[in-house]
Design a protein around this ligand. Structure first.
Ligand code: SF4
Ligand code: MG
Length: 322
């Protein structure tokens, strides 16, 4: 869980005031209850920044954040119970489970921590029972509560962090590259666990990944990000079958099958420009084979198409690209 009153967190928020303005701009999307929306793109495209804005780890400089009808744009600045009422409904799962598990604590203490914070009225017996249940839900066993994080493999540690995330029965999970630090053989197991938990508890996922094979396995809808903006957002099948944006096409050109998860990486022509000084107009224009003068001058807006996708590309809008 996140406790905004911790000084290190306040420092992150302060520092990010400057960063966020540059990192993401004009990103707008909504996530429906029970679905998985994935953010994909190369590193530096702003997908992790969006995740941190959504959970209130970074403050919004402008724009609006609404969760279940409530305006939570001020979440990063909230403290105490006012923050806790929203925050306990969210959980975040990170790429490196080891970094987020206190090595000095037994697993039972780690998983019980959010319960102690959000449900101080729970007795220690009930808490131990709940921790045992959570361990079993993620494919571990109740006695594992007595062991320490270093005694587990990478995949098991990610199961522990998932158990901790589930402790308060969250509705909304933000998963930032949850399997990219894991061995290929373990990735699919963790992804399948996450899908099973979603079905069982009706969880909503914002899923962040640079790996198109992982995203294909997980998503209902996909938002392709490029340099802090959304290039295209579409239902997953639609995007894989018929991507419109030239950048989506490049990303999808070399998607490995799920059996190849993590083995093969999409290779894209050209360098990713510096996100702090993005190119003028369409930020993708230096790498786009279809760029013209308008592309260099004017930022394309996301425009809805009849097939359910939204695309930010002048070429698509003008009908010169399919
Ligand atoms: Fe390419 Fe122009 Fe479309 Fe950008 S707006 S992706 S440069 S065609
Ligand atoms: Mg990232």
């Amino acid at each position: 869980y996140f406790d905004v009153s911790k000084p290190w967190l306040n420092r992150v928020i302060e520092r990010s005031e400057k960063l966020t303005l540059k990192a993401v701009d004009g990103v707008g999307f909504s996530i429906r209850r029970g679905e998985t929306l994935s953010l994909v793109g190369e590193s530096g495209c702003g997908k992790s920044t969006v995740a941190r804005l959504v959970v209130g780890l970074y403050g919004l400089t402008r724009g609006k954040l609404v969760f279940d009808g409530e305006d939570i744009s001020d979440l990063a600045g909230r403290t105490g119970r006012q923050a806790a009422s929203v925050r306990k409904r969210f959980q975040m799962i990170f790429q490196d489970p080891y970094a987020s598990l206190n090595p000095l604590w037994r697993v039972g203490t780690i998983i019980g921590e959010p319960l102690r914070f959000f449900r101080p009225e729970m007795s220690s017996t009930d808490r131990r029972r709940r921790v045992g249940e959570l361990l079993e839900q993620v494919g571990l066993s109740a006695p594992d509560a007595n062991r320490y994080p270093h005694e587990f493999s990478g995949g098991q540690r990610q199961r522990i962090s998932i158990a901790r995330a589930l402790a308060n029965e969250p509705e909304f999970m933000i998963c930032d590259e949850p399997t990219s630090a894991l061995d290929v053989s373990v990735q699919a197991q963790i992804l399948n666990l996450m899908r099973d938990l979603q079905d069982e508890y009706g969880l909503t996922y914002l899923f962040i990944s640079h790996d198109m094979a992982v995203v294909k396995h997980m998503s209902d809808r996909i938002a392709v990000m490029y340099l802090g903006r959304i290039a295209e957002i579409a239902p997953a099948d639609q995007l894989f079958e018929n991507p419109h944006h030239p950048y989506s096409k490049m990303l999808l050109a070399a998607v490995p099958s799920l059996e190849g998860v993590g083995k093969e990486r999409t290779v894209i022509q050209g360098e990713v420009p510096n996100p702090v000084h993005p190119p003028t107009g369409c930020a993708f224009h230096p790498r786009c084979p279809h760029a013209n003068e308008r592309c260099k001058a004017e930022v394309p807006r996301l425009i809805a198409r009849s097939d359910g996708s939204e695309v930010a590309c002048h070429g698509v809008e003008e009908g010169r690209l399919p």
